[in-house]
Design a protein around this ligand. Sequence first.
Ligand code: F3S
Length: 756
Amino acid sequence: MAFDIDMIKKVYAQMAERVDKAREVVGKPLTLSEKILYNHLWDGTPSKAFTRGKDYVDFAPDRIACQDATAQMALLQFMQAGKDNVAVPTTVHCDHLIQAKQGAKQDLKRANETSNEVFDFLGSVSNKFGIGFWAPGAGIIHQVVLENYAFPGGMMIGTDSHTVNAGGLGMIAIGVGGADAVDVMAGMAWELKFPKLIGVKLTGKLSGWTAPKDVILKVAEILTAKGGTGAVVEYFGPGATAMSCTGKGTICNMGAEIGATTSTFGYDDSMERYLRATDRADVADAANKVRPYLTADKEVYENPEQYFDQVIEINLSELGPLLNGPFTPDLSTQVGKDMTAKATKNDWPMQVEWSLIGSCTNSSYEDLSRASSIAKQALDKGLKLKTSLGINPGSEQVRYTTERDGILGLFEELGSTIFTNACGPCIGQWARYDDPKNAPKNSIVHSFNRNFAKRADGNPNTHAFVASPELTAAIALSGRLDFNPMTDTLLNEDGQEVKLDEPTGWELPPKGFEVKDNGYVAPHEDGSGIEVKVSSSSERLQLLTPFTPIKDSDMQGMKLLIKAFGKCTTDHISMAGPWLRFRGHLDNISNNCLIGAVNAFGKKTNFVKNQLTGEFGGVPDTQREYKKAGIYTVVVGDHNYGEGSSREHAAMEPRHLGVAAVIVKSFARIHETNLKKQGMLGLTFANEADYDLIQEDDTFNFVDIADFTPDTPLTVEIVHKDGNKDTIKVNHTYNAAQIEWYRKGSALNLIKEQNA
Ligand code: F3S
């Protein structure tokens, strides 16, 4: 299944009527985000205006994309839904399970040996149910989607947080849990709280060392890691149209790092150029015919404050390169300003050990081309690498074309390692150390999006900084965090001081893209005879059994499993790295449940009290003891609990092990929805300070769970060890349908019942 031009034409054909009607019901000019959202209502032509940040709305996405780690569980769930074929065009991309170690050829060969069972499973399920399959080595999901499937004005969901990357081509593309994807694959509506809208006006023009990456690093600094929560970020202005399509993709990609629902840009000439360069002239022609509907109304751009909930303005002509990190993507340092002082004060290792260019964020032709201009200068001026340098091209098309054009050759000549067209170090699939836990303190710089502790190499002492590909390449030549390529000189092999010129590059390959085998496998036209095999002795794949509904009587006498302290991302709840291999085996992967969360009592990870024995142990083991005793448990957490990725394992694992409720100060959107889908309770403290009431030996009684209804807080009685009690209110965002998921044990149980 290549891109589906008929589907795209259908989306455009209905656009005028629906968007014009939406403008009428909303009663004012529309932003681009609203146009796309109202054009994708499940119920068709809009009949009422929705309240941003409040109304739950059913949508009909045009496409679904899944990556290999999340696709396993999504497809295992879809197999339970009783359907012959996926209801909307869907693709599966094998990119997460390929470890970076020696280099592309050897690494891909090893991945094909070690993950053969999983790739075969994904290939055969795809073949059976009409899903397009991108084989290992074909590329990173979001780069492949941008090159093949994204289209202006479209709506896509994907089982990966960085699905948002497709906003670079004018889509509303949103990362979801596998359970949401299963709904849409099964032909059902997809529900989303109508988002708030943040407008980012870009004036001026990027130049010199400043790259699209710096725009989003700046936005992250302004909005912080939580600032985009529940909102679509819409970029506009002359600075936006002057930027390449893949540069826009970079900016939208890292919208996930500010918690945004998604980000998008209006259709412009750069998108048209990209569509034509990637062999989709027919999409560009179709988009040109509905051009006014693929950007906001002109009044919106003239008076953005009237139409967005928040407006930020950035003058790109004044923006300089940034280096964000360590440990969080919103901690910015302007290159040439405070790095020396900050690193000294915070004891960040100034010496950089590794520089990495790639990931779905920055692995386009333009990215590699601009970074290679730095590599070329190094070769010309007699400079050597001062750090190791690794490159992950974003797709086989990018790899083939950059190899043809001599770009990869420059990196190789400099001594870099070219890894597979895959995620590799970005998702902890980096065989950097034999014993990462005890590896030394060090700094790395990369052009990826995430830089949480342990994310890249499993080493908690690795300080990861995020930068543009060109700055990453420059730092690889200096070996220092505080290098300022705009003013500093470097000593070459002859002892001469040399200075780097500004990076240059090509937005698109001058000789066009080229690829011999892009790695795509089309599904069988009639998959009914295809058998999907899962061995009962497999340690990596396990067919699912439906979750049992949690009874009201189970919600009494519950024990505290863990009170998570501080940041608790989906990486803390369900760690990636070596655990990726168990993504398709719920019981096995549950052995990583919450092992990265810091227990508020004692401040250790994976060390909690078993209230039944008084002994301390790991979280999964302790939880399994409670389950054996027939006791459900509660997890307590801080702000933005579950931020990070869309993986529903972070909800399925606690559910599988017997956690019934998660009570936090606030949730990351996707994780909250995932908890709902799995038929458990995701709740927030009505009074945040009640977090402090929770003690290590607490027992919880959900006294009014029988009356669980929309818009009504629940009451929880907390019984402390000394017999004292606190009664608190907890809020929830469940609507009537979501309460039904809870009552049935999971959303999937309900789908199955409806399909029976
Ligand atoms: Fe892969 Fe990292 Fe992107 S894991 S999908 S390259 S965020």
